[in-house]
Design a binder for this molecule. Structure first.
Ligand SMILES: Nc1ncnc2c1ncn2[C@@H]1O[C@H](COP(=O)(O)OP(=O)(O)O)[C@@H](O)[C@H]1O
Ligand SMILES: [Mg+2]
Length: 240
């Protein structure tokens, strides 16, 4: 079953139309990227897909559940179990340790204990290079480390889909590359599909498919073939 299916999504703010007849499918276990000019509606779509923002029309289903038909409370519960959201600003809780931050979605569901959870935490912390940071607080970490905590928190529930909003937005090239490789690696070993919003052709080139958002909907979708130059060309062709 597809990880994410958006059909004819419309969403505006007041009289401004942002998403218009926006449709997109991300297959199970796929790693795909979404690019588009600033203000084109990328974050708006991720928020609709996560059930954090209502659609004016259309639907988004994740793992077969129509997220856009759920109440706020049901969407929050669904998100905790099936959707990993990585916000650009991390949204980590400063008074909690790294371990507590990562386990938060499970704790809210009363499922943060047991050997299986410890095992999952260890695996993620090792993969993301956070093993030595679990007892620290977010303010004691670098930006790159905080970013990785946000990613670990998104992945800990073994979500059907990870929605990541410019997760490398405030990282330097080396850290961006590391995050990319980690996401690609985790995507290969975990079962989660990933939809990654990015401005960075180098990051988008890591994906199996890049969707270009223009005029409220997906104007084109291409396999970047691992080539950032190809992504830049396609972006200019499509989004100029
Ligand atoms: N809460 C809001 N209220 C009013 N306008 C908004 C709101 N959020 C976003 N917008 C507008 O919607 C458009 C798309 O925003 P956004 O989805 O954040 O774009 P992107 O993530 O592609 O940069 C922009 O013009 C933005 O100003
Ligand atoms: Mg945005």
């Amino acid at each position: 079953m597809d990880a994410l299916v958006a059909k004819g999504v419309c969403r505006g703010y007041g009289r401004q139309k942002v998403l218009e007849d926006f449709s997109l499918t991300v297959g199970a276990g796929r790693f795909e990227a979404l690019m588009g000019p600033s203000g084109s509606g990328k974050s708006t779509f991720l928020h609709v897909a996560a059930g954090l923002l209502a659609a004016d029309a259309g639907s988004v289903s994740i793992g077969g559940t129509e997220v856009t038909a759920l109440s706020d409370a049901a969407a929050a519960k669904f998100r905790r179990r099936h959707v990993g959201v990585v916000f650009q600003t991390f949204n980590l809780l400063s008074e909690k340790t790294v371990k507590e931050n990562i386990l938060l979605p499970l704790k809210l569901d009363g499922a943060a204990k047991g050997p299986e959870v410890e095992e999952r935490l260890k695996r993620l912390a090792d993969a993301l290079g956070l093993a030595g940071a679990l007892g620290k607080r977010p303010e004691e970490l670098s930006g790159g480390e905080q970013q990785r905590v946000a990613i670990a928190r998104a992945l800990v529930v073994e979500p059907d889909v990870v929605l990541a909003d410019e997760p490398t937005g405030n990282l330097d090239r080396t850290n961006s590359q590391t995050i990319c490789e980690l996401l690609r690696g985790l995507n290969a070993t975990e079962k989660s599909a990933i939809l990654l919003v990015t401005h960075d052709p180098v990051v988008a080139a890591c994906a199996q498919c890049v969707h270009f958002l223009k005029g409220g909907c997906i104007a084109a979708s291409h396999d970047p073939q691992g080539d950032p130059a190809r992504v830049s060309e396609l972006y200019l062709e499509t989004c100029r």
